[in-house]
Design a protein around this ligand. Structure first.
Ligand code: Z5A
Ligand code: MG
Length: 210
């Protein structure tokens, strides 16, 4: 199959409760309604053996060192990446609900070295488009289920927000389409901005790596 027929790789990132999963689902349904082949992946994928360890860490029923949990989040991406790559090659668009950028932003917020945080995800496919949903942590904290898991505290989210700003700067300098959207508006308004960006993706180039 020629590169022109490959699917695109779209990542939705954002702070906690910024509406990532809501928007991923709407994007999936919209693309499916247009007759496209599309698959949604969520990170962390809590269904695998590694994912179950991550889930218990997030629910604070187990403790792990900062380095170990960082590597587990990365391993949780590597364990499905062959599947994602083959889907893309066969023309299926893949939507990722969080990706390596969350890994860097959260682990660096705990004080881990920036470059060390980036290194285990090097070699993963580079997205065609990253959309970062921005909501002020104080507003996100008022949304459903906030505060139930380990990182759902406004102080941590503020550090994570700063780290995402740095991530955006660094990857944009490398030419990545990393776009921040104001996600404090309505679900429909955010969705229509996402569709505008997705419509402009150019899949004529081969996917690069992170
Ligand atoms: N983490 C990490 O440390 N390292 C990594 O490598 C990765 C992740 C991949 C769990 O992630 C934690 O793992 C996360 C980062 C860390 N910790 N934190 N914080 P997760 O993705 O599994 O977390 P989650 O439990 O799914 O929450 P979430 O993804 O942050 O929520 P969301 O997907 O962004 O939001 P939502 O579920 O779509 O919506 C939340 C609520 O807001 C819901 O009631 C909606 O109806 C409502 N909502 C949505 N949109 C709107 C608008 N526009 N207006 C008003 N209300 C809205
Ligand atoms: Mg979610």
């Amino acid at each position: 199959m020629s590169i022109q027929n490959r699917g695109s790789l779209i990542v939705i990132e954002g702070l906690d409760r910024s509406g990532k999963s809501t928007q991923c689902q709407l994007l999936l349904e919209d693309l499916q309604a247009k007759g496209k082949r599309v698959q949604l992946y969520k990170f962390p994928d809590r269904t695998t053996a590694i994912g179950k360890k991550i889930d218990s860490y997030l629910k604070e029923t187990s403790q792990l060192s900062d380095q170990v949990i960082h590597l587990l989040f990365s391993a949780n991406r590597w364990e499905v990446i062959e599947d994602i790559q083959s889907k893309i090659q066969s023309g299926t668009t893949c939507i990722l609900d969080r990706y390596a950028f969350s890994g860097i932003a959260f682990s660096a917020a705990k004080g881990l070295n920036w470059e060390w945080c980036k290194s285990p995800d090097r070699g993963l496919p580079r997205p065609d488009l990253v959309i970062f949903l921005h909501v002020r942590p104080e507003i996100a904290a008022k949304r459903g289920q906030y505060g139930e898991e380990r990182y759902e505290k406004v102080e941590i989210q503020k550090k994570v927000e700063k780290n995402f700003e740095r991530i955006e700067r660094e990857y944009m300098e490398e030419g990545m389409a990393f776009i921040t959207l104001d996600a404090s508006t309505s679900v429909e308004a955010v969705h229509s901005q996402i569709m505008n960006l997705v419509d402009k993706i150019d899949t004529s180039k081969a996917l690069d790596t992170l």
